[in-house]
Design a protein around this ligand. Structure first.
Ligand code: NAD
Ligand code: DAU
Length: 338
């Protein structure tokens, strides 16, 4: 089988390629990515010499580039991770989110439809469902969409397009809506790697608002395994909610990181809140559990040790990332917060 992965040089996409290369030795893997600030071929050093792996640089928002790759590669399956993924960036500059997440997904769907109705899995997020109150039931597949940031609105829009291609054109699609992933190769603009790397650098860690917003955390390889099961056994046209059963406030995450890194709470700097900051996400994953026998395998306290350890051991990787174009973004995002 030939699997074409979009956004394979990013955080989850590169973990998925490692996962696929390890678990599906017989498959051909084509990674298409435009290499934005978040795309990094260093994430794929271990697989780049494999005979069954190929990287092609394209922008999914360019229709002709997408059509050319899909018609010449003729993949059996497309798994689409490519997106602008960081909420704060979508507040600073939403346009790129509409371009890649909406137009890019549309171009992929069109190419999949025009080249033999290719099996298409769309990787999406729990943020499309909006924000929960403390006593609300977790999101499930029937929760109405209520996105509240330009990022989540662009992902919601792409989900709707994907579903419309199933109903209108019979494109064999599936969608997964997953909670916050954590693990290796996570770009150090996101909460966990930003805090871990700042602490290694003896810098402050900027906690937004009162630190009481809640996220559900899932080890990235557990997410990869969920997508694998959906590809193998998922029902065409369906959505699967994927989560870690690990709801934590940002304060709890912060104190766990401080404890593991033997640092004190004087490193915390409370900064102005994110605009429109969603209060709480939580996922009811009983559908994928009951239908596909999927459950998270990595326990949160093991995962936290693994991620801290990874960033301690891979300083060359993140120091290169942090010293690049990221430095400008960091200034823009944080300098006006207080
Ligand atoms: P990421 O930002 O780390 O990586 C995104 C990748 O997409 C990068 O390699 C980037 O170069 C590529 N890309 C961006 N624009 C492109 C374009 N126009 N053409 C081709 N490639 C392009 O993102 P991530 O955190 O790995 O997330 C991957 C997917 O999973 C996204 O769709 C995101 O919405 C979804 N998701 C993420 C999380 C999470 O916790 N990170 C949780 C649930 C769902
Ligand atoms: O829920 C899934 C989503 O998780 C994915 O769709 C997104 O692509 C991914 O980026 C992630 O979004 P979040 O906004 O939840 O992740 P982030 O790491 O940016 O923030 C996590 C929480 O931490 C959030 O409540 C904001 C807070 N935060 C974040 C940063 C970067 C801080 O307090 N300080 C920070 O410096």
């Amino acid at each position: 089988m030939k699997i074409l992965i979009t956004g394979g040089a990013g955080f989850i996409g590169s973990n998925f390629i490692h996962y696929w290369a390890k678990n599906h030795l017989e498959d051909e893997i084509v990674n298409v990515d435009v290499l934005t600030y978040a795309g990094n071929l260093e994430n794929l050093k271990d697989v780049e010499s494999l005979k069954n792996y190929k990287f092609i640089k394209i922008d999914i928002a360019q229709k002709d580039e997408v059509e050319k790759v899909i018609s010449s590669e003729k993949p059996d399956v497309i798994v689409s991770f490519a997106a602008e993924s960081h909420v704060d960036r979508s507040i600073l500059g939403p346009e790129e989110f509409v371009r890649t997440n909406v137009l890019g997904t549309f171009n992929l769907l069109e190419a999949a439809r025009q080249n033999g109705n290719i099996r298409f899995h769309h990787v999406s997020t729990d943020e499309v469902f909006g924000s929960l109150g403390p006593n609300d039931d977790p999101f499930n597949e029937a929760t109405p969409y209520d996105p509240r940031s330009p990022y989540s609105a662009s992902k919601a829009s792409s989900d709707h397009l994907v579903r419309s291609y199933f109903h209108t054109f019979n494109l064999p699609i599936t969608i997964s809506n997953c909670s916050n992933n954590y693990g290796p190769y996570m770009f150090p603009e996101k909460l966990m790697p930003l805090f871990i790397t700042n602490l290694i650098e003896d810098k402050k860690i900027p906690l937004y608002g009162d630190g009481m917003n809640v996220r559900d955390w899932l080890w990235v390889e557990d997410h990869c395994r969920a997508i694998d099961l959906i590809l193998q056994k998922g029902k065409i046209g369906e959505t699967y909610c994927v989560g870690g059963a690990t709801e934590k406030t940002n304060k709890e995450i912060t104190y766990k990181i401080l404890e593991l890194m033997k640092k004190g709470e004087e490193s915390i700097e409370f900064v102005a809140d994110r605009k429109g900051h969603d209060k709480r996400y939580a996922i009811d994953f009983s559908k994928i559990k009951n239908e596909l026998s999927w459950e998270p395998q990595v326990d949160f306290s093991d995962g936290m040790k693994m991620i801290v350890d990874w960033y301690q051991k891979n300083q060359v990787w993140w120091k290169a990332v942090k010293s690049g174009v990221y430095a400008d973004y960091y200034k823009k995002n944080y300098e006006n917060r207080n």
